[in-house]
Design a protein around this ligand. Sequence first.
Ligand SMILES: [Zn+2]
Length: 114
Amino acid sequence: MADPLLSTRALVMRDLMATGVATAEVVSLLEDAVSERRWWAEQWPAGVSYVDGLVAQDVQDALLERVGRWPLCRRCADDDVHALYIHPELGGPDPVWVCERSGTEVAPLGGLGQ
Ligand SMILES: [Zn+2]
């Protein structure tokens, strides 16, 4: 069986790179999140449709402690810096980045660079 976490890793990596924060330290945070969620998905295979968004949320939380808010909204014109959040909050299926301030969907997970 293919490892579903490989595509998860690729999606989140794409957004980290598109936003210019994919340093070695941040990539290792992603690796940690992927291995924890791989274990989680093995315990609960029905949860596999949630893992993409859950890993993105894990990385978001880890970055908040070390680097700051991520990813930042570039859609709104106001000067108040604010982050995007994964919807649905459960992590899936079909996770998207949403600006909760304006209530708009900004990009699918993995699509911040488009
Ligand atoms: Zn916004």
